[in-house]
Design a protein around this ligand. Structure first.
Ligand SMILES: [Fe+2]
Length: 219
């Protein structure tokens, strides 16, 4: 299917639509009357939208949010990713470290679940599970402000194969990464890794549908 990029509009993100869809004038204006042909075009167009660019834009929005810390949430993600990279983590873990709090760009919901659902199709399951569960691991540091939670609530995951990785993420990288004096690498340093990870769909589906994964992750 031949496709072309439309000029970027207000979002700054070019839409990619099949030429023949426009020729037919068949863009969907209401779901109820849409045909199977229209839906098939829509699916192809959605796949062609550059996911990495959308992720980068969402990450940049985090640079407007301090949430009471001395550095922004983007800088926190960058610092977490920098520590992961310097510790020898692989690309999927580094990108997950950068994106683990991306859900904070929106109010409400579970920021950890938002990030895990976003990462799910693009990173292996242990990395996704570390992100989904990270709120529980951070309770070691945050439990005093959350009634009913304990410092060792993370132990519910102690038999999971990714438990040690989650401890390393939480204790060595995430919890330490609010330091304005740390030599944090810039977003540009990670752009190629982001494009590599979000440029392909390796694992398909969202582990967010797994009932065993935590859903009440929120800080
Ligand atoms: Fe974090």
């Amino acid at each position: 299917m031949r496709q072309r990029a439309r000029e970027a509009g207000e979002t700054g993100i070019a839409q990619v639509l099949p030429d023949d869809l426009e020729i037919e004038g068949a863009l969907i204006t209401g779901m109820a009357g849409a045909s199977a042909v229209q839906w098939s075009h829509l699916g192809a167009a959605a796949e062609a939208v550059p996911v990495a660019e959308r992720v980068l834009r969402a990450l940049r929005l985090l640079d407007t949010m301090h949430l009471g810390f001395p550095i922004t949430q983007l800088q926190h993600g960058l610092q977490t990713a920098t520590r992961a990279e310097r510790a020898g983590a692989d690309t999927e873990m580094i990108v997950a470290a950068l994106c683990h709090d991306i859900g904070k760009v929106l109010p409400g919901g579970s920021h950890a679940a938002i990030a895990a659902d976003m990462l799910g199709p693009y990173v292996r399951s242990d990395v996704c599970d570390v992100v989904r569960a990270h709120w529980f691991f951070q309770l070691r540091y945050t439990h005093q402000m959350i009634p009913g939670r304990g410092a060792e609530d993370r132990r519910r995951f102690r038999r999971k194969p990714w438990y040690a990785l989650a401890e390393r993420f939480s204790d060595e990288w995430d919890q330490a990464s609010f330091d304005p004096e740390y030599d944090t690498l810039p977003l540009e340093h990670f752009e190629n890794r982001i494009r590599e990870v979000f440029g392909r769909r390796r694992y398909g589906g969202s582990p967010g549908l797994n009932p065993e994964t935590p859903v009440s992750a929120r800080t």
